[in-house]
Design a protein around this ligand. Structure first.
Ligand code: GTP
Ligand code: MG
Length: 192
């Protein structure tokens, strides 16, 4: 994919704020601080477009980015940030769940996990939910640059087993590893 333009469109907290046209959308989800925004920036080759931070829970609303005027990336709030106030936690969950369950033009959900860790209970629940509702989804294990080759192979095998899915894409936002593979999957989902 040649990215000729990538623009932040808007932040949305509730359904009435979602963009009203029908451009296809690719959503990015995963635990707080897992590297969703960094992955979006590295895919697009635009540093700082999606806000990243070493403080977990940075992305609290749905952020819409329009790519090449043709499709959109949607950065969803991360889950599992233990220190978030209860009310906020519920709100984040609801914003994401409303979006995932109701958005008609959602073409693909990219579920991001950390290569270094086994999936959390919430990761597994989210995966089961996506499958149950027949939402096209893909597992991407990021931060792979933080592991040796052996550790990475071992961890990816466990992650694949935990999700019962052997198509885990190995990614690194800092090294831009896995970028071509992920773009092909995105392009395929936009065509179908
Ligand atoms: P929230 O929006 O808070 O849920 O976080 P997020 O999932 O968007 O994570 P973000 O992209 O902000 O990244 C969190 C931290 O991980 C930052 O300090 C990033 O620099 C770091 N990070 C993200 N991806 C990678 C990667 O592939 N490799 C390495 N080494 N660090 C990464
Ligand atoms: Mg983020």
């Amino acid at each position: 994919m040649k990215v000729t333009s990538a623009e932040f469109l808007k932040s949305a907290f509730k359904e009435s704020d979602w963009p009203r046209d029908s451009l296809p959308e690719i959503s990015f989800l995963g635990r707080s601080n897992v590297g969703k925004s960094s992955l979006i920036n590295s895919l697009l080759g635009v540093r700082g477009l999606a806000r990243t931070s070493s403080t977990p829970g940075r992305t609290q609303s749905l952020n819409f980015y329009t790519i090449n005027g043709q499709f959109r990336f949607v950065d969803l709030p991360g889950y599992g940030y233990a220190r978030a106030p209860k009310a906020l936690k519920a709100e984040w969950g609801k914003a994401a769940e409303d979006y995932l369950s109701q958005r008609e033009q959602l073409a693909l959900s990219i579920h991001i996990v950390d290569s270094r860790h086994r999936p959390s209970k919430q990761d597994l629940e989210l995966n089961a939910w996506l499958r149950h509702h027949r939402k096209p989804n893909l597992i991407v294990a990021t931060k792979s640059d933080k592991l040796s080759r052996n550790e990475l192979r071992k961890n990816i095998d466990s992650i694949a087993l935990d999700f019962d899915n052997d198509e885990v894409i190995i990614y690194s936002a800092t090294k831009r590893k896995g970028r071509d593979q992920l773009w092909s999957a995105i392009e395929k989902s936009l065509k179908s």
